[in-house]
Write a protein that binds this ligand. Structure first.
Ligand code: GLP
Length: 239
């Protein structure tokens, strides 16, 4: 795993956006895996800033996850997050962007459909990842199988608590989500993991120095051949 140490969230976002931009220029038909949460917000802002120079009409995107029960236009859905922060500003066509439907009648079936759609696109070329304080990637919580494909998960109380800041109250945070599986994520050709702030210190230390275990899902990345981590001083302060 290559680690690029930067000063702060802003520098992390600039570096991440240039790396994504370079990949898009290299391969305009690229399939990108995208993440949500607080971490990639700056990256999306910087990406929009440089969008004028990028060929965007052929790329495809697949998001990692979506909350169960939320329709695409729900203010807290990841559909809405992506539409507002990236897809609309970049003027991507609806057919270019993909997320699992959290409001599907049969969520298990939706998970299978989404996994198949990823495979049919030829797989993810570059997957952007954040990291949960408990080591989750996507919504693959501690204990998730390293062999998992896109599936329905029960969110841990600590994850619901960490994400409550995006909702009116913690009770509003859904208890379930659909997430790409760990095996799905591991098949990406390249992975770009971002971490900033002291809240991520323990998780990043465990990722870089800890042992590989399903109790810390991000540790699976130690086996991936092409991982780039961009992290700021505070996140790296335990290493
Ligand atoms: C969320 C998302 C993840 C994200 C992680 C960290 O629950 N499902 O994709 O990477 O938790 O979130 P944040 O960047 O807000 O710290």
């Amino acid at each position: 795993m290559e680690v690029i140490a930067v000063k702060d969230d802003q520098e992390m976002s600039e570096k991440a956006a240039s790396l994504i931009g370079a990949e898009i220029k290299d391969r305009p038909g690229i399939v990108l895996g995208l993440a949500t949460g607080g971490t990639p917000e700056g990256t999306y802002r910087e990406w929009i800033n440089q969008a004028g120079s990028l060929p965007l009409s052929q790329l495809q995107t697949f998001n990692l996850d979506e909350y169960a029960g939320l329709s695409p236009d729900h203010p807290n859905s990841y559909h809405r997050y992506m539409k507002e922060r990236l897809f609309q500003p970049l003027q991507l066509r609806p057919g270019q962007t993909h997320l699992p439907r959290g409001d599907a009648k049969d969520l298990q079936e939706e998970a299978r459909r989404y996994e198949k759609q990823i495979q049919q696109s030829g797989g993810i070329d570059l997957q952007l990842l954040g990291i949960g304080e408990n080591g989750h990637i996507g919504f693959n919580e501690p204990g998730s199988s390293f062999h998992s494909r896109t599936h329905v998960v029960e969110l841990k109380p600590s994850t619901r608590e960490a994400n409550a800041r995006f909702f009116e109250s913690e009770e509003d945070v859904p208890h379930q989500a659909v997430t790409m599986g760990i095996a799905t994520i591991m098949e990406s050709r390249r992975i770009l993991l971002l971490a900033s702030g002291s809240r991520k210190k323990e998780a990043l230390t465990a990722l870089l120095e800890g042992k590989q275990t399903e109790n810390f899902p991000a540790s699976v990345l130690q086996n991936h051949p092409y991982v780039t981590i961009i992290a700021d001083e505070s996140a790296l302060s335990g290493v």
